[in-house]
Design a protein around this ligand. Sequence first.
Ligand code: AOS
Ligand code: ZN
Ligand code: ZN
Length: 388
Amino acid sequence: MVQFSDISSALETQVIELPSWAFGNSGTRFKVFGTPGTPRTIQEKIADAAQVNQYTGLSPKVALHIPWDKVDDYSALRDYAADLGMQLGTVNSNTFQDDVYKFGSLTHTDPKIRQKAIDHHFECIDIMHATGSQDLKIWLADGTNYPGQGDIRGRQDRLADSLASIYARIGDDQRLVLEYKFFEPAFYHTDVPDWGTSYAQVSALGERALVCLDTGHHAPGTNIEFIVAQLLRLGKLGSFDFNSRFYADDDLIVGAADPFQLFRILYEVIRGGGYGPESTVAFMLDQCHNVEDKIPGQMRSVLNVQEMTARALLVDPAAIKAAQDAGDVLGANGILMDAFYTDVRPALAEWRAGRGLPTDPMAAYAASGYQQKIAEDRVGGAQASWGA
Ligand code: AOS
Ligand code: ZN
Ligand code: ZN
């Protein structure tokens, strides 16, 4: 069986990008509970993200959201982040909050509204040039609530045309990642509801257009690791939005609802060549911390991904292939389960100590007093992500 010492070097290069909006007040359509110390600016969000990286060593990148994180000088923001050991990452567009997009954005029947949404993405691309970001992430709330409300086919055609305009604008070193979601806020149909639609739309654009897989965006019971394996096989898995769900798009701490599913997803990522320094698959979190403190919530998330990555790396590829080829059902399953049931936490603690990181990042952060300090210093004007 593969030992932790055999795989520890593979953990060195793991990078998990943090979403700026996870540090802002966010929650549900029913209530956004504020937290003392919540950032009031993108700079304070980056400072909090830097805390996650300081204690875990896993998250030196922070994704931006436009317009929530708009500033006048992105080069200065880039320098500010760099001074904290952080890099600006994915730029996330937003065509889901303006009244004008009530009946759609890139799919709208009115060419003027479609152009406004396209221009918003052009603005995001301009920002990417200033921040040095690689990925433009597009998630559309576009859809309908009732049968007959919209022309499903016509919306696909207009979406394809709009995406082609945006794709033509991205730089040679940039990518477009199109995120799918099976429902919400639209309740009858969503214009990018599943991996197949995202795959079809990005395949029509070109090689730098890829799928973003949000782990909270599937119907209950979906075999997500199958989608991971298939998109990797097709060369079209661009990025993850990792979170956890019990019922819908709950945006909870990844691994909190189903650590075994997270393990299986990461096993297929590794099996499919999507993990490691050569991989082009971006690991990003997409979460809302409505009732828990945000910084430790993000720390818990990146640590969960690291832990399940380590366990998935313990699966012996040769042994499991031999068992599979031999039709040894229980043997093959046993090899996978042995890795999943291996408690790697003591070895990870030692691994961290050897790299100058706290053996228990959560406890170290709690003892640091940073949470108390920001609660005292940051009085008033906390930024809400949703509804911003
Ligand atoms: C919405 O449900 C999607 O998960 C989006 O990826 C995300 O919440 C949005 O991009 C925030 O900017
Ligand atoms: Zn997402
Ligand atoms: Zn989501």
